[in-house]
Structures are given as structure tokens and as C-alpha cells.
Write a protein that binds this ligand. Structure first.
Ligand code: SF4
Length: 360
């Protein structure tokens, strides 16, 4: 299949691995920001193809994982309100809150439904005018424009029983927090292809210019990831730090201005709490005042309920690249995909979930 097979070509994979082994001399730590890259790396045994001086560490690019426990708790509080139907992507259902999860709440009678898009949630609201339908908005710049378009549509169609609890995040502030962290040294970022299709490459310039950390935007097949690693290693060996696009078949430097315009119309930046990072300035998206009728925060009284993370869970350190799942005493014992203790075990893109499935 075009655009798939050539990026899984065994000869090309071996050639790229040999090229990396030849040009790489310095010890380097590269972070794959996105959970989909983590899965590609595992599924294709990419770590085994690299020389020992290259370490790959997983980052905070799984939206369900970085949603703070307070967000989960507030969603649970909302689900307990009379007349409210919660709509959400499936992964969020199983993320443990402080005392319970949305899945358990559903078992106890709360009206919580899995949808495949925000538009499905809007349709549900149109079909059930006696219910208040709340969509849990979780995701990065890839998802936020689609949610913005649905809120826009809800306003046009005057759907009064639809709101969104926006927990959306913006990725670049997290990258900045990582390079500013005194505990961690990152020599290069494998940047997420899908987020960059929207934001373009400009937000990464601050990382390369101010912190001298190279950034390469990568696709999601094994050849993509190895090419990105080769480009990063090449830069690092030459003492360079610039933004490059490996994923040229999908990403342009300017991103998608139309999607950004939709996002900027409906949302505005706000400070946001990330699991593992704490509050990061202007790293989240809240619904703009002109769309406040569709803002669940404004319609409902949802007090913050931050009662801490599960005892022993290292998700926070894992999301900041400081620890690996195998460092967690609960990994594979008390914490499994069937019974996740922390958010990183829930999603297939979560670091613990990926390690559980693919590592021995
Ligand atoms: Fe948290 Fe489970 Fe990962 Fe441990 S293995 S860090 S408890 S998600």
C-alpha cells in the first residue's frame, strides 16, 4: 500500500540503522514525545537496532495520561449530576480518579457514553433534548480544532443542551518545561507528526534557539522514526540544533492555519495542570467567553477535587522521562491494563501500557 509499505521496508530499516550506528559517537538521550512513537519503537524493535550510546525515553504525548487527576475527579462529579449525560472517548473511562472511575460510575447507574467524536456527542444532544449532554474535551492541538468546530456548530444550530468540559492541552509548553527541568538532560526531540500538522514548526524554534535542543518532526512508521533519529544524531554530532521535518508527506512548516483559526476562535489559552508537571502557564485551552453557553465549567458548579495520585504510582516521573515503567513496583503486579492503577497504563499510547504489551 502506497505511503505505508515503503515506510516499513526491511532493507531501508536495516540501511538506516547501519547509517545511525556509523554516524553516532556521542552518548545521547532522545525523547519520543508522542505515545504513538513509543508504540512504533516497541513494535518494530527499534531500540535493539540502535547503538548503546543512544537512549530513547518516552515523553508526555499521551493526552489521557497527562490529564490531571483533578480533571478526572471533576468529570466524575459531573456524571453524578441529575439529568446529565457524559460523553467521552473510551480511554478516559478507565482512568482512575482519586476514589473511583467513570467506568465504575457507569456501573452504578451514571449515564456515561463512549463516542468516537465530539460531533457524535452533539448529535446525541440533538436527539435527547431532555438531557444535558457534556462532552469531555481531552487532547492536544490535533483534537482541539475538531472540538472547536463542533462547539461552533452547536452555536449555529442553537443546541442548548450541549456543553464541553475542556481539558485540552497545548504541547510546546510541556517541551519547554522538559528542557528547563534540572533533573533531566534531553539531547533531541522526536516531535509528534500529527500535532505538527496543525501547529507547524514555528513553536519548536524556541526550543532549538533558546535551549540548543534539536527537534525533528516524525511520522509513525519504523522508517519514519529511524530517519528522524538519523537526522537528530547528525545534528547532535555536528553541534547543530534546528527544526527539521522528516514527515514531509503530511506536515508543512506553517501547519494548518484554518484549523488554528477555528481553535483560536472558540478557545483561549489558559494555565493548566498536567499530570507529573503540575501547573504550566498557558498550556491549556478554555472555552472563550463568546462561546460560554457551551462551557461546562460555567454552566455547572464543579469544585476542584485534587486528592493526590494513587500511592506508589510513578506516572508523573514517567511522563517527564525521569523513570521507566519497570521502575514502578506496581508495574505488571498490581497495575495491568485490565486493572490500571495509573493513567499511563490505560491507553495503548500510554508508556506503561506500551511497555506492558511489548517489553518482556
Ligand atoms: Fe502508574 Fe501503573 Fe505505570 Fe506504575 S505501572 S507508574 S502504577 S500506571
Amino acid at each position: 500500500m502506497k505511503y505505508i509499505d515503503e515506510y516499513r521496508n526491511r532493507d531501508l530499516i536495516d540501511h538506516l540503522a547501519a547509517q545511525i550506528r556509523k554516524i553516532s559517537h556521542k552518548p545521547v538521550k532522545l525523547m519520543e514525545v508522542c505515545g504513538t512513537h513509543t508504540v512504533t519503537i516497541f513494535r518494530n524493535g527499534i531500540r535493539d537496532l540502535l547503538p548503546d550510546n543512544i537512549t530513547l525515553i518516552s515523553g508526555p504525548g499521551c493526552p489521557v495520561c497527562v490529564t490531571a487527576i483533578d480533571g478526572i475527579n471533576r468529570a466524575i462529579t459531573l456524571s453524578q449530576k441529575k439529568g446529565v449525560s457524559i460523553t467521552t472517548f473510551g480511554d478516559l473511562l478507565r482512568v482512575p480518579g482519586s476514589k473511583t472511575s467513570l467506568l465504575k460510575q457507569r456501573g452504578e447507574g451514571a449515564d456515561i457514553r463512549v463516542v468516537y467524536s465530539a460531533y457524535d456527542a452533539l448529535c446525541l444532544a440533538q436527539q435527547n433534548r431532555t438531557r444535558q449532554v457534556v462532552f469531555l474535551g481531552v487532547g492536544f492541538e490535533t483534537t482541539a480544532p475538531t472540538v472547536a468546530a463542533v462547539i461552533h456548530r452547536a452555536m449555529e444550530d442553537r443546541i442548548g443542551n450541549f456543553t464541553v468540559l475542556s481539558m485540552h492541552k497545548i504541547l510546546p509548553p510541556a517541551l519547554r518545561a522538559l528542557v528547563e527541568s534540572p533533573d533531566l538532560r534531553i539531547d533531541g526531540f522526536i516531535c509528534p507528526g500529527h500535532v505538527t500538522t496543525i501547529i507547524g514548526t514555528e513553536p519548536y524554534e524556541a526550543i532549538t534557539h533558546n535551549f540548543h535542543v534539536p527537534c525533528v518532526v516524525a511520522g509513525f512508521e519504523p522508517v519514519d522514526v529511524l530517519q528522524a533519529i538519523a537526522l537528530l544524531v547528525h545534528q547532535i554530532e555536528r553541534g547543530e540544533a534546528k527544526v527539521e521535518i522528516q514527515y514531509r508527506r503530511a506536515v508543512s512548516p506553517r501547519g494548518n492555519p484554518r484549523a488554528r483559526a477555528m481553535m483560536d476562535d472558540v478557545f483561549e489559552p489558559c494555565d493548566s495542570v498536567w499530570r507529573g508537571f503540575g501547573p504550566l502557564p498557558r498550556s491549556g485551552l478554555k472555552i472563550a467567553t463568546s462561546y460560554s453557553d457551551f462551557d461546562a465549567e460555567r454552566r455547572y458548579d464543579i469544585p476542584p477535587v485534587d486528592e493526590g495520585v494513587p500511592l506508589g504510582c510513578l506516572c508523573g516521573d514517567i511522563l517527564r522521562g525521569l523513570k521507566r515503567p519497570s521502575d514502578c513496583s506496581l508495574f505488571r503486579k498490581l497495575c495491568t491494563p485490565e486493572n490500571p492503577v495509573g493513567a499511563c497504563m490505560v491507553s495503548s499510547e500510554g508508556t506503561c501500557g506500551a511497555y506492558y504489551k511489548y517489553s518482556t
